[in-house]
Design a binder for this molecule. Structure first.
Ligand SMILES: Cc1cc2nc3c(=O)[nH]c(=O)nc-3n(C[C@H](O)[C@H](O)[C@H](O)COP(=O)(O)OP(=O)(O)OC[C@H]3O[C@@H](n4cnc5c(N)ncnc54)[C@H](O)[C@@H]3O)c2cc1C
Length: 396
C-alpha cells in the first residue's frame, strides 16, 4: 500500500493551490455574492475538466487521483466551499457518464463538460427530501419508446445556471423501487427554472428549484437501464461523498494555522491563550477531526476505484467525518476568537459556509442509516447479501 502523492500529483496540487490563492480575498471576507465564473474558467484552463474525461472523448484520460490532487490543492487555499462544491458536482457528473453513459451520451455531454458548461444533479424532491425512493418525480412511458418527465426538485446546486441536469426520478408504476436517471437539457420544453435560493452562506453556489411538466424524452436521455438506477446512483454519488469529506477537512487547514498564530499572540491572564488547555483542546480537536476525515476520504477513494463493497460505507463515513470536522471546527474557531470571531469577517463567513455540510451530500441521519445498513449487510451470510435488492442503499 502506497500512501503518498506522485511527483506529478504534487505538481498538480501545487498548481491548483496557487490558483486558489489568487481568488478575491476581499469578497471572501463578506461572503461571495455570485458564481465565480472567472475562477471556474481558470480551472478549465488549467486542465481540470480534461482530467475527468477519457481520451476518446477529448480528455487526458480519467485519473481520479489527479483530480483529487487538484481538488485538494484548490481547497487548501481558496478558503470558501462554494466553488469546491461546484467542482464536486461536476466531477460526480463526469464519473456517472464515464461509468454508465452510452457512446452518444459521452460524446455529447463530455464535450460540454470540457467547454466548462455547468451540470446539475437533481436528487432531492421538495416533498420527499431524504427519502429518495419516495420521489414523486415520475418518468412515464409513452408510445414508440418515448417518455415524459413530471415532478419537482429543490435545493439543486447550479439549477439556475446549469446547461443540463441529471434527474433522479421513478419509473411510473413501480412502488419504492424503479429509480431511473435521465439527462435533461435545461432549455428543453417543459423545464421551468425557479429563482435562485436565498441561503445562509455559500452565496457563490447558486441553488434553486426545477419543475418538469411533461418533458418529452426518449431512450437516448436515460442513463443506464430505466427502473434500475438506484445502484448506479449510489455508486456515482459515493465519489461526491468522499470529496465532501476531503474538501471539508482541507478547508480547515488554513483556518487552523491562523487560529494557532492568533492563540500565540492573544494574551489573557498574563499568558498567550495557546497556553490554556481548554484552548489547546479546541485546536487539537480540529486537527484530529480534519486529519481523520482526510485519511478516511483517501481510503474511501481507493476502495471506490477498486470496486470494494466497503466503499459505500467508507464514503458515508468520509462525508460525516468531514462535515463534523468543519462544522464543529467552525464553532470552535468562533469561540477561540472571542467577540472578534462573531464580527463580520473570515471566521463568521467560514461558519456560515461550513453549516452547508450539515445537509449538502446527505444529512448525518441519512449517512448513519446507510452505515448501519451496510453493517447489517456485512453481518448477513454472503449468499443472502448478494441476492438481496438495493434496499439497503441510502442516497440523498
Ligand atoms: C448548499 C446545498 C447544495 C445542495 N445541492 C444539492 C444538489 O445539487 N442536488 C440535490 O439533489 N440536493 C442538493 N442539496 C439538498 C440536500 O441533498 C438535501 O437538503 C438533503 O438531501 C436533505 O433533504 P431535505 O433538506 O429535504 O431534508 P428532509 O428530508 O426534510 O429531512 C429533515 C431532517 O429529518 C432527518 N431525517 C429524515 N429522514 C430521517 C430518518 N429516516 N431518520 C432520521 N432522521 C431523518 C434528516 O436527516 C434531516 O435532519 C443541497 C443542499 C445544500 C444545503
Amino acid at each position: 500500500m502506497d500512501l503518498s502523492w506522485t511527483s506529478r500529483q504534487l505538481s498538480i496540487r501545487a498548481e491548483f493551490a496557487s490558483l486558489g490563492s489568487r481568488t478575491d480575498r476581499d469578497e471572501l471576507r463578506l461572503g461571495r455574492r455570485a458564481f465565480d465564473q472567472q475562477t471556474w474558467d481558470q480551472l478549465g484552463g488549467a486542465g481540470l475538466w480534461q482530467m475527468m474525461v477519457p481520451t476518446d472523448f477529448g480528455g487526458t484520460g480519467v485519473d481520479w487521483w489527479d483530480v483529487t490532487a487538484a481538488l485538494e490543492g484548490l481547497a487548501s487555499t481558496i478558503r470558501t466551499p462554494g466553488l469546491l462544491l461546484s467542482v464536486i458536482a461536476q466531477a460526480g457528473m463526469a464519473y456517472a457518464l464515464d461509468l454508465f453513459g452510452t457512446t452518444a451520451q459521452k460524446s455529447d455531454y463530455f464535450r460540454r463538460i470540457l467547454r466548462g458548461e455547468l451540470s446539475a444533479t437533481a436528487i432531492a424532491d421538495p416533498d420527499t427530501g431524504t427519502d429518495v425512493r419516495a420521489s414523486s418525480t415520475f418518468l412515464s412511458p409513452r408510445a414508440n419508446e418515448t417518455f415524459v418527465l413530471n415532478g419537482r426538485k429543490y435545493n439543486i446546486a447550479h439549477a439556475p445556471v446549469a446547461s443540463f441536469t441529471l434527474v433522479v426520478c421513478k419509473l411510473e408504476g413501480h412502488a419504492r423501487d424503479g429509480i431511473s436517471l435521465v439527462l435533461v437539457d435545461q432549455n428543453c420544453k417543459g423545464v421551468t427554472i425557479g429563482p435562485q435560493d436565498r441561503k445562509l452562506g455559500n452565496l457563490d453556489l447558486p441553488t434553486g428549484q426545477l419543475t418538469f411538466e411533461d418533458v418529452p424524452l426518449h431512450y437516448g436521455h436515460i442513463l443506464g437501464v430505466p427502473g434500475e438506477g438506484l445502484r448506479n446512483l449510489v455508486r456515482f454519488v459515493s465519489l461526491g461523498r468522499l470529496y465532501y469529506g476531503l474538501v471539508a477537512a482541507t478547508l480547515c487547514e488554513p483556518m487552523l494555522a491562523e487560529a494557532l498564530s492568533y492563540a500565540k499572540t492573544r494574551q489573557t491572564f498574563g499568558q498567550p491563550i495557546v497556553d490554556h488547555q481548554y484552548v489547546q483542546k479546541k485546536l487539537t480537536d480540529m486537527r484530529i477531526a480534519a486529519d481523520s476525515a482526510k485519511w478516511v476520504s483517501y481510503g474511501a477513494l481507493h476502495q471506490l476505484l477498486s470496486g470494494a463493497p466497503e466503499a459505500v460505507m467508507s464514503c458515508s463515513i468520509a462525508k460525516l467525518a468531514g462535515a463534523s470536522a468543519i462544522t464543529d471546527g467552525a464553532v470552535d474557531l468562533l469561540k477561540l476568537y472571542g467577540s472578534r470571531g462573531y464580527h463580520e469577517g473570515e471566521v463568521s463567513t467560514f461558519l456560515r459556509d461550513a453549516l452547508a455540510f450539515c445537509s449538502v451530500g446527505g444529512t448525518e441521519e441519512m449517512h448513519r442509516r446507510n452505515i448501519m445498513n451496510q453493517m447489517m449487510r456485512k453481518a448477513r451470510p454472503a449468499a443472502k447479501a448478494a441476492v438481496e435488492p438495493a434496499r439497503d442503499l441510502e442516497t440523498a
